[in-house]
Design a protein around this ligand. Structure first.
Ligand SMILES: [Zn+2]
Length: 282
């Protein structure tokens, strides 16, 4: 059972579906964070009541103007490989709050949270292997093609029923064979291992897990930071600032939201300073 990634695509029997994963490993992207409205869109995406892959799609689509020279639509964000989606999330988080480099993560052994210092943009990246975004694998059912894991797959897998073997779920979703969902249940363990290995060798990667000794139990634990939880404000905190300004200056929400976040916060600081002085005088 060996992965044969270098064969031309024509080797695969025809009738297979076309790969949806964008064929650029880490596309250049232009951030669009300028106004309070942009910030509100990101806050809502980060704190949406939805699966994590869905929130990543919403946040990256909200944070960027263009990705790979195209408008940053949800569909485009879904077509990105998993590492590129995570990388764009990290970059957006860093642009949003460059000073933030302390995070809290739970130890995978003892479960106690600990603080770690990590830079959001220093996570090492591995480029794509040959054939990206498609890997071809010799399986017990014949030569089969699989595309690199993308946002469509991540969102669909997050909806899979609990207890379902995720390796088979992803194999079925990434498979380009028209019967890939059915075949995913038929592959043996060697097939699944070969497919996983071929996909890992071909897909780009982002090293987003840091190996760190837990200060509590001293075990080595893989710490992963979650920018969705730690970096972006909640919609409520932005609404509170809008409320303060609207209340003090009698501006409308439609006038306050377009302000750059820094300026909005500067007004809030002045209003709060005035209030503190007024309370002190009483
Ligand atoms: Zn521990």
């Amino acid at each position: 059972m060996k992965a044969s990634r270098n064969r031309p695509r024509a080797d695969v029997k025809n009738g297979q579906r076309r790969a949806l994963t964008l064929d650029v490993p880490f596309p250049a992207a232009v951030l669009g964070l300028r106004t309070g409205a942009d910030e509100m869109a990101m806050a809502e995406a980060a704190h949406l009541s939805a699966t994590r892959p869905r929130r990543v799609t919403e946040l990256v689509a909200a944070a960027y103007r263009t990705i790979g020279g195209q408008p940053a639509t949800r569909q485009l964000v879904r077509s990105l490989n998993a590492a590129a989606r995570e990388w764009l999330l990290y970059k957006a988080a860093f642009a949003f709050n460059p000073a933030l480099d302390w995070f809290e993560a739970p130890c995978t052994h003892c479960g106690k949270p600990f603080d770690l210092r990590l830079s959001l943009i220093d996570a090492p990246r591995k480029g794509a292997g040959e054939g990206f975004p498609v890997a071809q694998v010799e399986t017990s059912l014949g030569l089969r093609a699989f595309e690199a894991l993308n946002g469509f797959h991540e969102e669909a897998a997050a909806r899979a029923p609990a207890g379902k073997d995720l390796r088979r779920v992803f194999t079925g979703l990434c498979g380009l064979h028209p019967e890939s969902l059915r075949e995913a249940e038929l592959f043996d363990n060697d097939d699944l291992a070969a497919i996983e290995q071929a996909l890992e060798a071909m897909a780009p990667d982002l090293a987003d897990v840091a190996e760190i000794a837990c200060p509590n139990c001293q075990a080595m634990t893989g710490a992963r930071i979650e920018p969705l939880r730690h970096v972006f404000p909640t919609p409520q905190s932005i609404l509170r600032e809008i409320h303060l300004i609207a209340f003090s200056y009698h501006w409308r929400e439609a006038e306050i939201l377009p302000l750059p976040p820094d300026r909005r916060r500067a007004y809030v600081a002045m209003i709060e300073a005035d209030r503190a002085r007024a309370t002190g005088r009483r």
